[in-house]
Write a protein that binds this ligand. Structure first.
Ligand code: TMP
Ligand code: ASP
Length: 251
């Protein structure tokens, strides 16, 4: 059991709050029930979403760790709280797409559902004020937030995350269409996977269901007003739980 006292609010995002603790190597993350889409133009409170995403993320971070991919995750605390290592988040969102969907099909002539082999890796500048724009190589270089070696490491980790998650989700009957991850540097300069990995940040389709709407078990249910958002996340957690040990817990 980890002993700590909660400190000041360090950061509040759209779906999480990050708090300092009395220990410099521990921060606490609270997963909120707030749901947002389209850069927060659409907002709702979905009771239970925070807990579901926290429980799913904890197990997926432990899966990545078992596959040799470093993450910020330390252990679960309350049902919707986890302890993580403090990191400096890189303001670059990494999206890997295994199947064409979402913004890709709005920006390019690709039919939704087209398999992408090899998967497509896109980098976006993480800044809501600019609407998280797609980055080019030249713009990323101009931003100056990553050296070339760091960028290569970030992409290597993202590709490894895709391989790990894809294999895992396939084993529980879920198609990993695409996902977004964020990475950060720990105090010693190691790049680790941070933020969350949940149906808020992954597109997951039920492989047993052919209907294009009914198969959606992720935040697209909220984005597209399909209803049953929390139920869909609950189904994801049920399957994840069935394939994982109980996560490390400080309680
Ligand atoms: P996109 O098709 O809208 O670009 O989304 C690609 C993936 O990234 C999808 O799994 C949803 C996830 N995502 C986020 O996690 N946060 C975001 O702000 C956006 C736009 C997408
Ligand atoms: N996370 C973004 C928002 O809150 C967009 C999205 O996930 O669709 O607006």
């Amino acid at each position: 059991m980890t002993h700590y006292t909660l400190g000041a609010l360090l950061y509040e995002g759209k779906a999480k709050r990050v708090f300092a603790t009395d220990q410099s190597d521990l921060v606490a993350v609270e997963y909120k029930d707030d749901a947002t889409a389209f850069n927060a133009l659409k907002k709702a409170q979905l009771a239970g979403k925070g807990e579901l995403n926290c429980q799913i993320s904890a197990r997926l971070f432990e899966l990545l760790e078992r596959d040799g991919i470093p993450t910020h995750y330390l252990e679960l605390q309350e049902p919707n709280w986890m302890l993580v290592r403090p990191v400096t988040i890189v303001p670059v969102e990494v999206v890997i797409r295994n199947t064409a969907f979402g913004s890709l099909c709005k920006q390019m002539p690709i039919e939704p559902g087209t398999p992408l082999d090899p998967p497509l890796l896109d980098l976006y500048y993480k800044d809501d004020a600019f609407g998280d724009p797609l980055l080019t190589d030249a713009r990323l270089e101009r931003l100056g937030v990553l050296t070339l070696a760091q960028r290569q490491e970030l992409e290597r980790l993202a590709v490894a995350v895709n391989a790990s998650l894809r294999r895992f989700f396939d084993g529980i009957g879920l198609q990993l269409v695409d996902f977004k991850i964020e990475l950060g540097f720990t105090a010693d300069g190691t790049l680790v996977v941070a933020d969350e990995i949940s149906p808020d940040t992954c597109r997951l389709w039920d492989q047993q269901v052919s209907d294009a709407s009914d198969r959606i078990l992720d935040k697209d249910r909220f984005r597209q007003d399909l209803g049953g958002v929390v139920e869909a996340y609950g189904e994801v957690l049920k399957r994840v739980q069935g394939a994982c040990h109980a996560p490390r817990s400080g309680k």
